[in-house]
Ligand binder design. Structure first.
Ligand code: F6P
Length: 560
């Protein structure tokens, strides 16, 4: 592995892109008019996804230069280094092997990293998760009164929450009837209180999901949940008021997912009821590890394997497809184009699928915890802007909220539109296929953003001259359209893996370690230092800066 990242701004491709950008006037109307094959040429398959890049602000030359940039910053080597298990997470001295989580059983050659039989370990843990999921689903696993599990409550935060909840919401049609999964993440006690409301403790199973098993929010919520369980079971007469009964209740109503099995045991969860993974799986890359146990229970082991197969199909595509047809590589490079050459600060992800309503929230951690960095992996400052803000909401809701700014604001906001052709609920409004009407909005929005509406077109509608400027749409607002047949577990895995690799590509170009997250540490540490002050400790309060001290004093006054 090289000891230094390659500075992208020193490459000849960067220089050429700078000159190309200076000479380029984006003109989607003109480009499509002059080139009948543009839509077809710039639409590419990615496993079961159809990805149309043609409404991006690029010419063939732009794409060719971006591909050169990828080559010149050593993307191929870096990708291979990741897949081989080299310690590309430099600041934590770790391999980055989430791609190993979805390698099929018996993949060849076997992956052995740092002396670990990675494939063997992954398959063994997957089998353990699958067997447990089967037991819960069949009713073989019961609570203390012998009742089968009806509600699974996943307690976790960040990567131990966002992936599972997003995937559960997306794959609701695949969830076993009679089973519900709820997700508790926030240390705001309202979250736990609301999520256990109405639950029968005898049919509730808690999964404490935490890579480190040291996260304040998760351990606090796990303790609150344990207390709730004991109190509720005792109130229902289901357990005696003894330590033995409480220990037995935890054994049957709590399992854990973690890389720190010693801490799981210290919490009182039998390590036999814990599912492991490894330090080479980043939290935000872990939904396809045992962190997805709640999902595996909900959709079943076969569905979960299908989910993993979707990821793997995209891994294969990335590893084997020339950059010029490599969808995640091209989408990562397009993001570089927008951030570093066209000055975009944000990127919208707009699913036209209500089931994907947590997808943007999931992507926020994936992309922003990965690439929100100011130093490169060798500790030197980055040489250009990094990490754009990812955000979004499902259409058409967003249309009635923030699309105004995307259409007519002064900011360039590249947007990914995602839809499936066959919804889980194909309802009709009289003769109207409502989902078709929904997707008409998808196509209308991407068309309006690309091609806009000229002043002459506005005038031709009879608009009063003084209102014409307000009704003009500039167009040339870039979008990528992603279509699939339906939102199966595999397709969801493909979508997630797509964005994982996009994130990786951007990180490689910028020369940053996309797999650490030191930026979350300072706030965590300060919260522990400040906690005594908010509990009323005068010395701790005095130790704060004037603003923080005044705020805490105000809080104490308001709390009364
Ligand atoms: O605070 C950020 C973070 O470390 C994320 O990277 C991680 O996904 C989350 O906290 C939860 O961590 P854990 O799974 O160890 O509880």
């Amino acid at each position: 592995m090289p000891t230094q990242p390659i500075d992208p701004t020193t490459t000849s491709a960067w220089q050429a892109l700078t000159e190309h950008h200076a000479a380029l006037t984006p003109d989607l109307r003109g480009w499509f008019a002059a080139d009948a094959a543009r839509a077809q040429r710039l639409s590419l398959p990615l496993a079961d996804l159809h990805v149309d890049l043609s409404k991006n602000l690029v010419t063939d030359e732009t794409l060719a230069l971006l591909v050169q940039l990828a080559e010149q910053v050593g993307l191929t080597d870096r990708l291979q280094a990741m897949l081989r298990g080299e310690h590309i997470n430099v600041t934590e001295d770790r391999a980055v092997l989430h791609t190993a989580l979805r390698r099929p059983a018996g993949a060849s050659p076997a992956l052995v990293v740092d002396g670990q039989d990675v494939d063997g370990d992954v398959q063994a843990e997957l089998a353990k998760v699958a067997a447990f999921a089967d037991k819960v689903r069949s009713g073989e696993w019961t609570g203390v009164t012998g009742e089968r599990v009806k509600t699974v409550v996943n307690i976790g935060i960040g990567g131990s929450d966002l992936g599972p909840v997003m995937a559960y919401e997306a794959l609701k049609p695949y969830v076993l009837e009679g089973l519900e999964v709820r997700f508790v993440s926030n240390i705001d006690p309202t979250d736990l209180a609301q999520k256990v409301e109405g639950l029968d403790p005898t049919t509730t199973l808690f999964i404490v999901a935490s890579k480190t098993f040291g996260t304040l929010e998760t351990l606090t919520n796990a303790r609150l949940a344990r207390t709730w369980l004991w109190e509720q079971l005792a109130a229902a007469g289901a357990i005696a008021d003894t330590d033995e009964a409480r220990t037995a209740a935890v054994a049957q109503h709590f399992v854990a997912v973690s890389t720190a099995l010693d801490k799981v045991a210290a919490f009182g969860i039998d390590p036999a009821n814990a599912f492991g993974f490894w330090d080479w799986v980043g939290g935000r890359y872990s939904v396809d590890s045992a962190i997805g146990t709640s999902l595996a229970i909900a959709i079943g082991p076969d569905g979960f394997r299908d989910f993993l197969a979707g990821f793997h199909a995209v891994d294969e595509h990335v590893a084997t497809t020339p950059f010029a047809q490599n969808v995640p590589v091209l989408m990562g490079l397009l993001n570089i184009w927008y951030v570093n050459f066209l000055g975009a600060h944000t990127h919208a992800v707009l699913p036209y699928a209500q089931s994907l309503h947590r997808f943007a929230a999931y992507l926020q951690q994936l992309t922003m915890e990965s690439n929100g960095k100011s130093v490169r992996w060798d500790g030197t400052p980055v040489t250009t802007d990094t990490g754009e803000v990812f955000w979004g909401e499902p259409g058409t809701n967003g249309q009635h909220a923030f699309y105004q700014l995307i259409h007519q604001g002064t900011r360039l906001i590249p947007a990914d539109f995602i839809a499936v052709a066959n919804p889980a609920h194909p309802l009709k409004d009289g003769e109207t296929d409502v989902h078709a009407l929904f997707l008409a909005n998808f196509f209308a929005q991407t068309k309006a953003l690309a091609f806009g509406k000229t002043a002459d077109e506005v005038r031709a509608e009879g608009t009063a001259e003084e209102i014409v400027p307000a009704r003009v749409f500039s167009g040339n607002r870039p979008t990528t359209s992603i279509l699939a047949s339906s939102l199966t577990p595999s397709v969801l895995g493909q979508l997630i893996a797509l964005y994982e690799h996009i994130t990786f590509v951007q990180g490689v170009v910028w020369g940053i370690d996309s797999f650490d997250q030191w930026g979350v540490e300072l706030g965590k540490k300060l919260a522990m230092e400040i906690a005594p002050a908010v509990e009323g400790d005068a010395a701790a309060l005095d130790a704060q800066d004037p603003s923080t001290r005044a705020l805490i004093a105000k809080y104490l006054e308001l709390r009364g």
